[in-house]
Design a protein around this ligand. Structure first.
Ligand SMILES: [Zn+2]
Ligand SMILES: [Zn+2]
Length: 266
């Protein structure tokens, strides 16, 4: 075997030979996304309130009206803000995310992660104490082999604040209810009902013990950045945020690549 091939994963080698790498957008060789196509994906200049999705809200924060409606119920909005990086339909972003998620093109976590860093910076998101990727149900994780939100969280942990590595809580939340892939559930209410209580905080790990960073007890008073690839109705993020707040988190901000428009909330 030639020397330059040693260390290459056989699986990757075979994949690259069978399916040569080319820009998913324009077909330029050797990269999954060429710099030109990457520059066509624009960071969204405006964010809306994550609850009503109507009111323009700086940095994607909860609008006053939605905040009041929670307070009236003696409750707090679980999610403090939601920043959406780009438009789903922009510069073939939808296609890239699909390739990232279903065709296992994991190298795309670099440009996609970069979009998240830029959106976080533009929107002046507070520096989190902990980054939490939205978990997949273990069944789905086994099928897919990796959690795309985790790959994005890895990138953010290393690149959000230069010279600093932000801790990631990969096992803090657990998805305990298996839901069909969200694309199949179009109805907002049905989806919300399906997800109620779907996420719980994992108990402290008996193996890793205290301070290992993987247990829910480390949430107390912390500012969390919740990360996912695409948000549809937002109910997944909301339910995760609810679990994190119950676990003691002080603030939960969410960051996603894009919002997939479908059956709008009423
Ligand atoms: Zn291209
Ligand atoms: Zn609102």
């Amino acid at each position: 075997m030639p020397e330059k091939l040693t260390g290459l994963k056989i699986k990757n080698f075979i994949l690259d030979t069978l399916f040569p790498i080319s820009c998913l957008s324009c077909g330029a060789p050797d990269v999954w996304l060429c710099p030109e196509c990457f520059s066509k994906i624009k960071i969204l200049p405006d964010q809306v309130c994550p609850y009503c999705e109507k009111v323009f809200a700086e940095t994607g924060a909860v609008c006053p009206a939605c905040k009041i409606s929670y307070l009236k119920k003696n409750d707090q909005p679980p999610l403090d803000s939601l920043v959406v990086a780009a438009k789903y339909a922009d510069g073939n972003l939808a296609r890239l995310v699909h390739a990232f998620k279903y065709n296992f093109v994991q190298d795309l976590s670099l440009p996609l992660g970069n979009l998240l860093v830029r959106a976080a910076t533009v929107n002046d998101l507070p520096l989190p104490d902990l980054i939490v990727p939205v978990p997949l149900h273990p069944r789905r994780l086994r099928w897919r082999g990796f959690n795309q939100a985790e790959r994005l969280a890895d990138y953010l942990a290393q690149n959000l604040a230069p010279g600093m590595i932000i801790p990631i809580g990969k096992n803090i939340i657990r998805r305990r209810i298996y839901t069909p892939p969200q694309m199949k559930i179009k109805n907002y209410r049905e989806r919300q009902k399906n997800l109620a209580g779907a996420f719980v905080i994992n108990p402290p790990s008996p193996v890793l013990g205290r301070g290992a960073g993987s247990e829910g007890e480390g949430l107390q008073g912390k500012t969390i950045l919740l990360v996912d690839d695409i948000c549809t109705t937002g109910s997944t993020l909301l339910e995760c945020a609810r679990a994190l707040k119950l676990g003691g988190a002080k603030k939960v901000h969410a960051l996603v690549l894009a919002r997939q428009e479908m059956g709008k909330k009423k």
